[in-house]
Design a protein around this ligand. Sequence first.
Ligand SMILES: [Zn+2]
Length: 91
Amino acid sequence: MNILNLGGLGTGGQDSERATGPAVCSRKGCRAGADWQLLWNNPRIHTPERRKVWLSCDEHRGWLEEYLQTRGLWKETIPFLADDATVGEAR
Ligand SMILES: [Zn+2]
């Protein structure tokens, strides 16, 4: 059995939920380091206390906030502290 021979695209990449490397902006194509974390919740698929987190650089903070706000998903924007590397369950 050869389960390694899937796809064959040769990228060697893995689809992992876990982010690797430094925390960077969530905006597509942006590689800037994160300065902010945007907390949001989609009431259609998340329980009310659940918080999803998008990381954002200074430049894209407004863009991402507006994106979430127009969909009624935005909750809060708080500074992202590199020291406090725990993302996900931040209150
Ligand atoms: Zn950015």
